[in-house]
Design a protein around this ligand. Structure first.
Ligand code: COA
Ligand code: MG
Length: 289
């Protein structure tokens, strides 16, 4: 998923518009974008809206409130039956701070799946890591459940907690970002970068996206439709990368019959390079869908 567009779950016009902008995925937000007194209304609205035809074939996710809030269980109870109808197969859990948070969500989800006669584990989870504690716990969070499909960085809360200037030095967030990428990779999960809140500054967004890709993220959240083109472009596999991957995979066949090591244009090609080429090919196929 290169781009995931956040859409406030209490805004009918934004929800209805959301599928037309070309993001790879849509995240309906029941957390920070919705005031506590509006949560209930937002859940009902989302239930109605997600049943509409225009969301079929669109990858949808719902961001639910964190497990320390009074809202998350009701979010799960109301949305899970709907999620399983394939309109939205995954939940993004806000402010995950430990493996126990995930284990808790996993248990409640399993119970709801059981009640509705759904296959166990059908709903997947994206864990949003946005506090210093979450960053330190990233590996355990990543391995906490088979349901985890991705770890996602949230910079705003992290910057508030640490005092880091969110729009200061571009490398200032390398530590939490790299920890997330490594923890995600350790369990074969995807890693998605934080949203860029200064949505009128497309140059700043582009720089941050390029940096995030270099650190190993494969996508980024966006909050405004104008950010989608930039993020899709930066996180796309380029023609050159694709050519390289095909060349490597072509050559690896010969290498198998020899030493397991060969060379293309002065670069050693061995097993880790071959698996990188396979991942590039898989991502290129995904982005063409
Ligand atoms: N999803 C769907 N549509 C969106 C959108 C979004 N996130 N953000 C903007 N739009 C639509 C607007 O409705 C408007 O549509 P229209 O031309 O049909 O009226 C168009 O894009 C242009 O919007 P614009 O006027 O530039 O912005 P805005 O002032 O309406 O909205 C924000 C600005 C920041 C409030 C809005 O982008 C937003 O709500 N973003 C998501 C916030 C969120 O979910 N935060 C929590 C996660 S960090
Ligand atoms: Mg947040």
């Amino acid at each position: 998923m290169r781009s995931s567009l956040y859409v406030p779950a209490n805004s009918p016009s934004k929800i209805l518009n959301a599928p037309v902008y070309g993001s790879d995925s849509i995240i309906f937000d029941l957390e920070d974008a919705v005031l506590p007194e509006k949560k209930k209304e937002a859940r009902y609205l989302l239930q109605e809206m997600l049943a509409l035809e225009q969301f079929s074939g669109v990858h949808c996710t719902v961001r639910i409130n964190d497990v320390r809030s009074p809202f998350w269980k009701e979010d799960l109870r109301m949305l899970t039956p709907l999620l399983s109808t394939a309109r939205a197969g995954s939940l993004r859990v806000a402010k995950v701070e430990s493996q126990h948070d995930i284990i808790l969500v996993d248990r409640v989800l399993s119970a709801i799946e059981g009640e509705h006669g759904l296959p166990s584990g059908i709903i997947t989870l994206q864990a949003l890591l946005e506090t210093p504690l979450a960053i330190e716990e990233a590996y355990r969070i990543s391995g906490a459940s088979e349901r985890i499909e991705a770890l996602v960085f949230g910079a705003e809360d992290y910057c508030s907690a640490t005092g880091i200037d969110r729009y200061g030095l571009i490398t200032a967030l390398d530590y939490p970002k790299s920890r997330i990428v490594a923890a995600a990779a350790a369990y074969g999960r995807a890693a998605y970068d934080t949203a860029y809140g200064a949505f009128r500054n497309s140059e700043g967004l582009e720089q941050e996206a390029i940096h995030a890709r270099a650190l190993g993220f494969t996508g980024k959240s966006v909050i405004h439709p104008s950010q989608i083109e930039v993020v899709n472009r930066i996180f796309s596999i380029t023609e050159r990368e694709l050519e390289w991957a095909k060349q490597v995979l072509g050559s690896s066949l010969c290498a198998d019959q020899r030493d397991g090591v060969t060379e293309i244009e002065g670069m050693m090609i061995d097993m880790p390079v071959i698996s990188r080429a396979q991942r590039i090919l898989a991502r290129a196929e995904n982005q063409m869908r």
